[in-house]
Design a protein around this ligand. Structure first.
Ligand SMILES: NC(=O)c1ccc[n+]([C@@H]2O[C@H](COP(=O)([O-])OP(=O)(O)OC[C@H]3O[C@@H](n4cnc5c(N)ncnc54)[C@H](OP(=O)(O)O)[C@@H]3O)[C@@H](O)[C@H]2O)c1
Length: 265
């Protein structure tokens, strides 16, 4: 298939709610030359309603729904087959599927811990790997990490560790893909107003409630940082301050200090 016959697409995981959904909307508006946006999540009805919205706002772009559970290995085979069949030019990949469960490790269910690692780390790396042959010069990859990646978080340990994994992966990938002209950005927001907390059964502390960011703004910043080729996108002054502090203070000190705040009953 010649280059001009191949569709120009974006792929967004976690598109059924929160940040992923905002990415779909904003990418549709910002990049009208795309022919299709492929979206992944488990809740088909949410993706169908997004398709209706997009058909109205950006009629030139078709939404292709891939109803997949990214905690299942079989989903990777389905996605690989779609790419092999269509051989699209992937201009933008956004890995936004993710989840968290709070609580001391000893109080968490084994399934909860495994799900965090399966979706936040294993699926993110697998989807990225599947997509690599279809990226080209000028393509961009956006990996959703979190401010939790900057330091250990007692009471949210598995989640914070999964995001440290995403951050490390993204930074290394950025260097591997730089010679090919492909840019990788790790997005590290603090708490954002989405379904994330409800989905994970997490009650927000009054401190975090104060700093809840607007998802549209977090995504706008992420797309702008990605367009500038920045390896890291950190939204908001408090989170940038935390990023700087986590770079200079010993991690053990931060873990101890957070435990005094976060594990207090
Ligand atoms: N909200 C925050 O405070 C915050 C802060 C920093 C980083 N983040 C990160 O940002 C990303 C997006 O989170 P959000 O705030 O937008 O949360 P959200 O509103 O709960 O959205 C999570 C998305 O992930 C999808 N997902 C979860 N498990 C999945 C699975 N097994 N298979 C396929 N899709 C799955 C969900 O779709 P279905 O349920 O339909 O499958 C949903 O679309 C996550 O990686 C999160 O860790 C969030």
């Amino acid at each position: 298939m010649s280059k001009k016959d191949r569709k120009r697409i974006a792929l967004i995981t976690g598109a059924s709610s929160g940040l992923g959904r905002c990415f779909v909307r904003q990418i549709g508006e910002r990049y009208p030359s795309l022919q299709e946006i492929w979206v992944i999540a488990r809740r088909r009805e949410r993706l169908e309603s997004l398709r209706k919205e997009l058909a109205f706002k950006t009629p030139g772009i078709k939404l292709r729904i891939l109803e997949l559970d990214l905690s299942e290995q079989t989903s990777f085979a389905v996605l690989s087959a779609c790419f092999r069949e269509e051989c699209p030019r992937l201009r933008l990949l956004v890995n936004a599927a993710g989840l968290g469960h709070a609580g001391r490790i000893g109080e968490q269910q084994l399934d909860e811990i495994c799900e965090i690692i399966d979706v936040n780390c294993r699926a993110l790396m697998a989807v990225t790997r599947i997509c690599l042959p279809y990226l080209e010069k000028g393509s961009r990859v956006i990996e959703l990490a979190s401010g939790s990646a900057f330091a250990p978080q007692p009471g949210f340990a598995a989640y914070a560790a999964s995001k440290a994994c995403v951050l490390s992966f993204s930074r290394a990938l950025q260097e591997e893909l730089r010679p090919l002209g492909i840019l990788v950005t790790a997005v590290c927001p603090g708490p954002v107003r989405t379904e994330f907390f409800r989905a994970g059964g997490i009650s927000l502390s009054p401190v975090k409630k104060k700093f809840l960011a607007d998802p549209e703004q977090v995504v706008r910043r992420a797309l702008s940082d990605s367009a500038k080729g920045r390896a890291l996108s950190v939204y908001g002054f408090p989170m940038r301050l935390f990023y700087l502090a986590a770079g200079v203070l010993p991690q053990g000190f931060i873990a101890r200090a957070s435990s005094l705040v976060l594990l207090k009953k």
